[in-house]
Design a protein around this ligand. Sequence first.
Ligand code: EPZ
Length: 430
Amino acid sequence: MDSIRIKGGKPLFGRIEISGAKNAALPLMVASLLTDETVTLSNLPHVADISTLTTLLCQHGAKAVMNGQTAAEGCSGGRALALTADRITNTEAPYDIVRKMRAGALVLGPLLAREGRARVSLPGGCAIGTRPMNLHVGGLEQMGATFDIEGGYMNAVAPNGLHGAEIRFETVSVGATENLLMAASLARGVTILENAAKEPEISDLIDLLRKMGAEIEGDGTDRLVIIGKDRLQGAQHRVMPDRIETGTYAIAAVITGGRLELTNTRAELIRSVLDILVEAGADVEETADGLIIWRTSPTIHGVDIMTLPYPGYPTDMQAQMMALMCICDGAAMITETIFENRFMHVPELARLGANINVHGHSALVRGVGKLVGAPVMATDLRASVSLVLAGLAAEGETIINRVYHLDRGYERLEEKLAACGANIERIAGN
Ligand code: EPZ
């Protein structure tokens, strides 16, 4: 397994181009199952989850052409991907793929809507929480599907197709909103989703579904009205910028006391993160295609944060902000309200000298003068990148193990950081 070695303490200066958003690209790719025509996506990030999902879609019968190469030719990622599911040849999404990448379970709605049946592995829990599927299942049941859970699989049928329904989510769920949006676009009649997620990735999916012929109202609100269609068509779409990658590199600028220009992105996507960074001692200038961020204060001020559904502070930026708060001149209370177990980075940050106490859903971070490098290990994507950020600020050498987590969601991370002056390299493992 590869690891990453960082010699910290160097301020970062330069420009980083932000990739397309993994968490937008995955549902957009799944939407290709809703039509027998070609859906072409551009600005796709070159990360492992995209390749894993391509494998799953091909298994359902889709043909994938990436940058002119078919997936079968061994192309592992790419910036443009054409997916054609002219026939669905298999409605099973196996455990082997879905356990590795939960977004695989998003095929449930589209397969049911198009084929009237689907057998999809339950994803299981993961390092950040139990992450059940009840909202996906409950919504599809209201639309006429029946489920039988057996052997770790959701066996679903809708012999007469799916029909519209009024569905109220008891919790805001990005994945359940996406799954039901896709299913409802190809269902009979009108579906209303109440308490729907409002994340920008949902709006990106709505944009693509509209290009495919779906009629959807309420974009950007928590009430979505979908008028189902008998058939959807092919479309072309550019994946939105990755707001979490944008926020991560914004913190890299601030934590190292440097100045970075982030391009191919939009400041408005991470307003809640930028507001905290300004309070903590940074300044931001918005540009035509992104933003410039730099540290203004010699020390970082402690700022409390609480994760919330969009437009609140994103849970996917909690670990990175915690890394920054580790070196603040006071204290910061970080409260996680989305996932029940998303503090796995705390003991690893402590190995670098951080002073953090977890009390239930909150972590009290007492700032320490400096972090000192050490070998660390991470349990999920955002925890891993928080250790990279901490390593960039720490004195001496930090080795981050289990880099495969980072490869799932950050494209050419070491290269992008090294180009701005970071002393960072990948060490190939066995
Ligand atoms: C998406 O996961 C993202 N993944 C996550 O990013 C992100 O952390 C999360 O949304 C929240 O913003 C992708 O987009 C691929 P949820 P998702 O359904 O859709 C509970 C990353 O690091 N819930 O919005 O799976 C659930 O347990 C990843 O890039 C139910 O109770 O998240 C959680 O507490 C990690 N029942 C809350 O809702 C359900 O049926 C929000 O989860 C579904 C969810």
